[in-house]
Design a protein around this ligand. Structure first.
Ligand code: PAN
Ligand code: ZN
Length: 197
């Protein structure tokens, strides 16, 4: 009979749920600053006035299997700092999954924001992110999280190991709407109306 000690899997990761941190397993980390998001924010003049090393968001994620494996799952956190470039709130780049039918879950633990979901025809939907909100991102939808609050927005995500990230489509065509601050409130503004906003 196998003993419990022999059956026990080591290196089981631990979450600091509210801080968005992972430990106890090899974790990937990335930091994205304003300098790396030059093509993403609409107000280039305001962007030029911000130190390009200003952190916009950090991601930590665990890949228990290789990204080439079909059927696995990845798990990670994103923390978006509060801030704006001009009147546009700090946000993630946003992406489609390379394999378009791959879905994803986001769940918010801290802060307030909006999740933009855009299909390939550029139809856009928005979900409000607040502590406890759970978001199902269907396959075929580009997704971008926006921090509309005064504190960090922290959420966890779970996505298929083979999903892949297509950043090119969003980098070249953008989303069809932006979340801008108007009279201190977040408003979804269609891309074609942004210059008048
Ligand atoms: C998330 C995102 C994370 C950062 O883990 O990768 O929030 O956003 P960008 O990847 O758009 O920079 C996810 O959606 N994974 O699939
Ligand atoms: Zn994703």
């Amino acid at each position: 009979m196998m003993t419990f000690a022999k059956a026990l899997i080591e290196n089981q990761p631990t979450l600091q749920w509210f801080a968005g941190e992972l430990s106890g397993a090899p974790v990937h980390k990335s930091v994205t600053n304003t300098g790396q998001l030059a093509g993403f924010f609409q107000d280039k003049v305001s962007l030029a006035g911000i130190d390009p090393a200003t952190v916009v968001y950090r991601v930590e994620w665990w890949e228990p299997v290789s990204p080439t494996v079909e059927g696995g799952l990845f798990w990670g956190s994103t923390i978006i700092e509060p801030g704006r470039v001009g009147n546009e709130y700090f946000m993630t780049r946003g992406h489609f999954h390379t394999i378009r039918n791959r879905a994803e879950y986001y769940c918010t633990v801290q802060g307030n924001g909006m999740l933009l979901l855009m299909d390939e025809l550029r139809n856009i939907k928005v979900e409000i992110m607040s502590p406890g909100s759970l978001h199902y991102i269907p396959g075929g939808f580009a997704h971008r999280a926006v921090n509309t609050g005064d504190t960090a927005l922290c959420f966890w995500a779970c996505w298929p190991s083979d999903a892949g990230h297509d950043y090119e489509t969003v980098a070249s065509k953008g989303f069809s709407a932006r979340v801008l601050s108007k009279n201190g409130k977040p408003v979804l503004v269609p891309e074609e109306a942004v210059t008048e906003a």
